[in-house]
Ligand binder design. Structure first.
Ligand code: PMP
Length: 301
């Protein structure tokens, strides 16, 4: 990974190598942290953060859901985000917000451990590449919402994603898709999933165990403006096999077409995927005025 100069940690920018925590940090032992992944894109007007307000709102929602006090207001986090990206001098980058239960008292009870907030940024190309994702249906089931809140972007539940991802990669695939307790498709390890069938876009709802993805929402809005119908509905494993096209989407992943699922070839990218990927590229890079309100310019340091 390409290191940047600074990381913002609890109110100030510190050199990258000094953003450290104690080994008895609560979150290391019990997964008590919430996170966000946001991207800064290179636009004609300079670097700009894509849908920053929505990412900060989701961070606050995740913290509320898991009972983690967030000691900064959205305005403070917004300013800190822009300051971090500006100090690191990126033209484009990924930004990782993390609010974790820090060092205080050992044991499961979390209340005596303070919340530590950090914001890191670094240059990171789209994580699933552009050559087509070979997807497998995981042998692991998605976290059930009765066990941990699927809607919260919290670190503990990501163990489920990590095991599914490692299983897929070890078996020679690129990515895993997880089914929920009822056998319906939820999402991938770090991305939402869309199926295209007969010109219609279909994606699992949050009740299937999928994160409320900001890229998913973006693509639904772009699809509406392009006249492509879309719906959130439960999908069976066989809906993946019967799909005309499948693509994954997320801040880290971008829009990535699936070239095969469980060895059933799809090729691609198909025409609907290609059209949406182009629209996403134009919106994120400030080349479509209709979506300029989604971009927050990064002021010069
Ligand atoms: N699902 C999971 C499990 C993820 O980790 C991500 C990445 N944040 C997504 C979906 C996509 O969400 P977003 O488009 O907001 O990045």
């Amino acid at each position: 990974m390409r290191e940047s100069a600074y990381i913002w940690m609890d109110g100030k920018l510190v050199p990258w190598g000094e953003a450290r925590v104690h080994v008895l940090t609560h979150a290391l032992h019990y997964g008590t942290a919430v996170l966000e992944g946001t991207r800064v894109f290179d636009t004609p007007g300079g670097p700009a953060v894509f849908r920053l307000e929505e990412h900060l709102r989701r961070l606050a929602r995740s913290a509320r859901m898991v009972g983690l006090p967030l000691p900064y207001t959205p305005e403070e986090l917004r300013a800190a985000t822009l300051a971090t990206v500006a100090a690191n001098g990126h033209a484009s980058c990924y930004v990782r917000h993390l609010a974790h239960r820090g060092y205080g008292e050992m044991g499961i009870a979390a209340r005596r451990c303070p919340t530590v907030v950090s914001i890191a940024s670094w240059e990171w190309p789209p994580l699933l590449g552009t050559s087509g994702v070979r997807l497998m249906v995981s042998s692991w089931q998605r976290n059930d919402h009765r066990v941990v809140p699927a809607a919260a972007k919290a670190t503990g539940p990501y163990l489920n994603s990590v095991m599914a991802k490692d299983e897929a990669v070890d078996a020679g695939y690129d990515e895993a898709v997880l089914l929920n307790a009822a056998g319906y498709v939820s999402e991938c390890t770090g991305a939402n999933l869309f199926v295209v069938r007969d010109g219609r876009l279909l994606t699992p709802p949050p009740s299937a165990g999928a994160l409320e993805g900001i890229t998913q929402d973006t693509l639904e809005r772009l699809a509406a403006d392009l006249g492509v119908p879309s719906a959130r509905q439960d999908l069976l494993r066989t809906d993946l096999y019967a799909a005309d096209e499948i693509f994954l989407c997320g801040t880290g992943a971008g829009v990535a077409h699936v070239s095969a699922v469980d060895g059933r070839e799809l090729g691609g990218p198909g025409p609907v995927t290609a059209k949406l990927a182009d629209a996403y590229e134009a919106a994120t890079h400030g080349r479509d005025d209709r979506y300029r309100h989604w971009l927050t310019p990064v002021p010069a340091a």
